[in-house]
Design a protein around this ligand. Structure first.
Ligand SMILES: Cc1cc2ncn([C@H]3O[C@H](COP(=O)(O)O)[C@@H](O)[C@H]3O)c2cc1C
Ligand SMILES: O=C(O)c1cccnc1
Length: 347
């Protein structure tokens, strides 16, 4: 397969400015591959467009894999984990210790993502980021220093294996739906009431604490949040920064990306804010039941593949959507043409 001839290794990012420059210099998709996909789709034994989104997905895979015959062979699920200082505000019903406990559960094969990764025929890699050093409490401080943020982004970049056909991204971090909602507010406007959801299941009082923490964070960080990378550094988390890095690295390596739920979509969103089409190589696998996700997808102009009422995170929705991409690639590659099958086309 000639695709992905140009693998651009990630540079280290000594400053926010170098990272910003990389986010603004993204390689374009392969439009010749897309045109070839459309020509072939016109000749396959089906009424034009009858495979609906599967046809769009075949073209999308071709554009970002850089080949007219995309394939879904090597698939990896990357789950990044981080801890959040904002948990001290009672924004999650679960203790922060659950983050590390779930990382152990991932290693033992006992989590939902283990089952869904196996079904997807993918490999799972979990990357914990300084779990014993929670981020700053975003309501009163920056989540990370610049060095910590750039380090987490670089870890995400480096975690992307070469030669993948598809990358699924997810996260684990108690409290991270609060961080993600704050970041969504900074990137797309609005306040805690617009973006906070129930996460793992906070009650009414917990939801109000969550909204208040977000509103305090927005007021505390103020004008600095106008820059998407500063917003990610101040309001996000290490696992969210790593997702940003992995999404950036995937673009440079010609690897299409499936994003999981609300937190993962927000984490990658600075790419869309920094450059037009910055997230075009990513598809959102499912719309989460987390309250802000539909609004976020509308703001990004993205349309999810699945809508199953899931609100787990940990990459579960992304892994679940892999067979849809396999189906798109299989129909595209395997179907006969009207000519080869001797089927009559429209008269
Ligand atoms: C046992 C367990 C497994 C999880 N797997 C993903 N999450 C999800 O829930 C967390 C975010 O929700 P909140 O902001 O309400 O804390 C993240 O870790 C996310 O991946 C889990 C949460 C729990 C409790
Ligand atoms: O959609 C998500 O990312 C999500 C929802 C609930 C809990 N954790 C993550």
């Amino acid at each position: 397969m000639p695709h992905r001839a140009t693998v651009r290794p990630m540079l280290p990012f000594p400053s926010l400015e170098t990272l910003r420059a990389a986010c603004r210099a993204l390689p374009p998709g392969d439009e010749a591959a897309v045109a070839a996909v459309h020509r072939r789709q016109d000749r396959l034994t089906k009424p034009p467009g009858s495979l609906g989104r599967l046809e769009t997905l075949a073209a999308w895979l071709a554009r970002w894999q850089g080949t007219p015959m995309p394939q879904i062979g090597r698939v990896a699920v990357l789950v990044f984990a981080g801890n959040h200082g904002v948990t001290a505000r009672g924004v999650s019903p679960y203790p922060a210790a659950v983050t590390a406990q779930m990382v152990a559960n991932f290693a033992a094969g006992g989590a939902a993502i283990n089952q869904l990764t196996a079904l997807a025929g993918a490999t799972l890699r979990v990357v914990p980021l300084d779990l014993d050093r929670p981020t700053g409490d975003i309501a009163v401080a920056a989540a990370m220093t610049e060095a910590e943020f750039l380090d987490a982004v670089a870890t995400g970049c480096a975690a992307v294996p070469a030669g993948l056909d598809l990358l699924c991204l997810g996260e684990m971090g108690i409290g991270n739906t609060t961080a993600a909602a704050a970041l969504a507010a900074a990137l797309f406007g609005g306040d805690g009431a617009r973006w906070a959801g129930r996460g793992t299941g906070v009650d009414e009082a917990g939801l109000r604490r969550k909204q208040a923490a977000i509103d305090l964070a927005l007021a505390h960080h103020g004008g600095a949040l106008a820059d998407p990378l500063e917003a990610a550094r101040r309001l996000g988390g290490r696992e969210l920064a790593a997702i940003l890095g992995a999404t950036l690295a995937a673009r440079r390596q010609g690897i299409p990306v499936l994003l999981d739920g609300f937190a993962t979509t927000v984490a990658a969103a600075p790419l869309a804010c920094l450059a037009p089409g910055g997230l075009d190589h990513a598809t959102v696998a499912h719309v989460s039941a987390e309250a802000g996700h539909r609004g976020l997808l509308a703001a990004l102009g993205m349309s999810p593949l699945l809508d199953l009422g899931m609100r787990l995170g940990e990459g579960s929705g992304a892994a679940l959507a892999v067979p849809l991409l396999r189906a798109a690639a299989a129909c595209h590659a395997g179907m006969a043409t009207f000519d080869s099958a001797g089927v009559s086309d429209v008269g």
